[in-house]
Design a protein around this ligand. Structure first.
Ligand SMILES: *Cc1c(COP(=O)(O)O)cnc(C)c1O
Length: 362
């Protein structure tokens, strides 16, 4: 039976990439060794990590004055690394647009309680909208932290706020490479790989070169960006296999037509699901139409028992991981880059049939 994996992360990977991994699994480029078994100091691995960086630079149009770092510890480790590296003598402003933004704030606040402030918060409306930022004086801030796509709540920024006198830092874990951003709008971008890039175990940081290296003596070596700049992400053993698979995903993306093409494909997928939701009498989206995510789409029936039934029946029919996050409930379909249109077409057919069966269609 076909399995459509709607997981929010670790998430679906392109079949073509998995096949390539399979083909090369026992002997990477005729070396007689798996990519997993290569020394991270070997020239074969050097090529993998260099190619991965170059492909990502091409895909995201990353200017030369930005470093690309391949790290571990997940996006969650960045919640601490970012203030340690970027908070100088001013304040850090955090936008709480969902659970991840809140966690990012709390971690920074634990380290620098006097200098971290919440500058916008959508908690009062259950994060169904992106909150507006109100700050009087940009120059009081070393940086402003946002989450471009809220994985759990299903909201996203469709216009990136711009600042002239402070830096924008963005957690892009769940929509990196699916929206066309101008890197120069940001001081730092970070993302855990397991949603829209590759396997879990790799975290990517893109940071403007002039922002780092100033606090080095006070930062643990493994959390200091300078460590990875100097060593080209090879200070210690990096997550070699996830880097290799991510490189294959980048190549796959480039071959398909890059980020603009991905955006177009993601819009088509998301539109199909959102229009099915809005045309139905059963399903609703909890998210304000202006802020709807293209990659994580929650929907509910309004009846928790019926939601449960939907999830159970969907799973039997091959639609897996549709259960909403425990904090939100209902359903959530994650439609990352590697998720095919056919899977969304199959899902909306299932949704309509379910609605019919429950006698709720008109
Ligand atoms: C998943 C996710 C995280 C946490 O990522 P880890 O790599 O598991 O630490 C942080 N931020 C966002 C937006 C996410 O979607």
């Amino acid at each position: 039976m076909t399995c459509w994996n709607f997981s929010a992360g670790p998430a679906v990977l392109p079949t073509a990439v998995l096949k390539k991994v399979q083909d090369e699994l026992l002997s990477y480029q005729g070396s007689g060794m798996s990519a997993m078994e290569l020394s991270h100091r070997s020239s074969l691995f050097q090529h993998i990590i260099t190619d991965a960086e170059n492909a990502l630079r091409t895909l995201m149009n990353i200017p030369d004055n930005y470093h690309v770092l391949f790290l571990q510890g997940g996006a969650s480790t960045q919640f601490a690394s970012i203030p340690m590296n970027l908070l100088k003598d001013k304040k850090a402003g955090y936008v709480i647009s969902g659970m991840w933004g809140k966690k990012a704030f709390e971690e920074a606040n634990k380290l620098f309680p006097d200098r971290t402030v919440v500058i916008a918060d959508s908690t009062p409306n259950n994060h169904t909208e992106i909150p507006e930022i109100h700050i009087e004086n940009e120059t009081e801030f070393d940086y402003i932290h946002i989450t471009t796509n809220n994985t759990i709540e299903g909201t996203a920024y469709h216009t990136i706020p711009k600042f002239k006198q402070t830096l924008l830092v963005a957690d892009m874990s769940s929509n990196i490479l699916s929206a066309d951003y101008d890197i120069s709008d940001f001081g730092l971008i970070y993302a855990g790989a397991q949603k829209n890039i590759g396997p879990a175990g790799l975290t990517i940081v893109i940071v403007r070169e002039d922002l780092i290296g100033k606090n080095s003596e006070h930062i643990p070596t493994m959390l200091d960006y300078q460590t990875y700049v100097k060593s080209k992400s090879l200070y210690n053993t990096p997550s070699t296999f996830p880097i290799y698979v991510s490189k294959l995903v980048f190549d796959w993306l480039l071959e398909l037509g890059g980020v603009p093409k991905m955006l177009e494909m993601n819009q088509e997928k998301a539109t199909l699901l959102y229009s099915t939701i809005s045309e139905s009498n059963l399903y609703t989206s909890p998210v304000h139409p202006d802020f709807r995510s293209l990659t994580n789409i929650p929907f509910v029936t309004g009846d928790t028992e019926l939601d449960k039934k939907f999830v159970t029946e969907a799973e039997k029919a091959g639609f897996v991981n549709l259960k909403g996050h425990r904090s939100v409930g209902g359903m959530r379909a994650s439609l990352y880059n590697a998720f095919p249109l056919e899977g969304v077409q199959a899902l909306v057919t299932f949704m309509k049939e379910f609605e019919q069966r429950e006698g709720l269609a008109t």
